[in-house]
Design a protein. Structure first.
Lengths: 136, 211
């Protein structure tokens, strides 16, 4: 069974960068997949990877990470859509889009392409060959 | 005051002779993209020696490696830089992945531990770079968050970026997909292993460092 925990942006909004990373990583370390509304800052994403590596041990192998946000598609958009996205980003800030953080022991791979995300999960080590695919 | 005058003179002269000195040029990317193969190619081309060992097993480079004072001369232009080869950035490292390559458990655990430290060091070094070459395996999906995060961080730090779509010698290579994924950056297709596209790469390097 795979558990997804939704984290609304309001839950991390008032936290410091370290606090945000700690909160999200703690959930992932409980073997839950984090579904965060919005995204971390770019520097926080790198810091999340760094902190994750610092905590890798025999039980925690790391994370799989994916972010989907409107800005990613801006080059392909028309002028009107680009302007609309700018307004949406201005109003919503980092709340636009969403972030998925899954523990590597549960989420084998995340395929991003770029506005579709596929999670390849692996149930348990004893069922190594059995992979499940979830489209988001 | 004297240092300001000295800096001004240096700047004027470096522009006149088109020489940029002591540029710290970083090679970044996910594991097994071919960073060290490219580093070796550059070092072979201009120094006649290799920089580091390469392997099919991920995380072969687990420590920052620096080759100082590489001088490139092309079409009357000259570029001098320190090349920094970094360990591949990953979000997960499992020693069991190394066992699949026939590695002993003890060695695999050591490699995994060193690899995690390598990722931490790579991220710490991001701030020290003057320009960065992102080396991507063009046979793989470029829309990985590691790629986006590295490039996003460099953008935030205003560090110029050149993307190398490596391994173009392989059938599955898809340079168009990399260009589509990062349309705002220059993408140079290369095969570092077989020295293909290196002329275009060096031209791109001059443009990158000139930014």
């Amino acid at each position: 069974m795979v558990t997804l925990q939704f984290v609304p942006y309001t839950e991390i909004e008032s936290l410091s960068s370290i606090g945000r990373i700690r909160k999200l990583l703690n959930i992932a370390k409980e073997n839950k997949i984090v579904l965060l509304q919005g995204r971390l800052k770019k520097e926080e994403e790198a810091e999340l990877i760094k902190t994750t590596m610092e905590e890798v041990n025999k039980d925690f192998k790391g994370i799989e990470l994916a972010v989907i946000y409107p800005e990613q598609k801006k080059k392909k958009d028309s002028a009107f859509n680009a302007m609309r996205n700018t307004v949406v980003n201005y109003v919503l800030g980092d709340r636009a889009g969403f972030t998925i953080i899954g523990p590597a022991t549960i989420v084998k791979q995340i395929k991003q392409d770029p506005d579709k995300i596929e999670l390849l999960t692996e149930e348990a080590k004893r069922k190594k060959t059995k992979k499940q695919k979830h489209n988001i | 005051m004297l240092s300001i005058v000295k800096k001004f003179i240096n700047k004027v002269f470096s522009n006149v002779f088109r020489v940029k000195k002591h540029v710290k040029l970083g090679l970044y990317g996910p594991p097994n993209g071919g960073k060290t193969t490219l580093a070796n190619r550059i070092c072979q081309d201009w120094l006649g020696e290799n920089m580091g060992s390469v392997s099919n097993i991920a995380h072969e480079t687990r420590e920052i490696q620096i080759k100082e004072q590489i001088n490139i001369k092309k079409d009357g232009k000259e570029l001098s830089f320190n090349l920094v080869d970094t360990p591949g950035i990953a979000t997960k490292i499992d020693y069991e992945d190394f066992l699949k390559h026939g590695m002993k458990e003890k060695d695999a655990k050591v490699r995994a531990k060193e690899a995690t430290k390598g990722v931490i060091d790579s991220i710490k070094w991001l701030d020290d770079m003057d320009a960065v070459i992102i080396v991507l395996d063009s046979t793989k999906n470029p829309y990985s968050q590691v790629n986006v995060t590295i490039i996003g961080n460099l953008e935030a730090r205003k560090i110029p970026v050149l993307i190398c779509a490596n391994k173009t010698d392989l059938k599955k290579s898809d340079v168009k997909k990399i260009k589509a994924a990062f349309p705002q950056y220059d993408v140079v297709p290369i095969s570092a292993k077989y020295a293909k596209g290196m002329e275009e790469f060096y031209e791109g390097l001059f443009v990158l460092v000139g930014k």
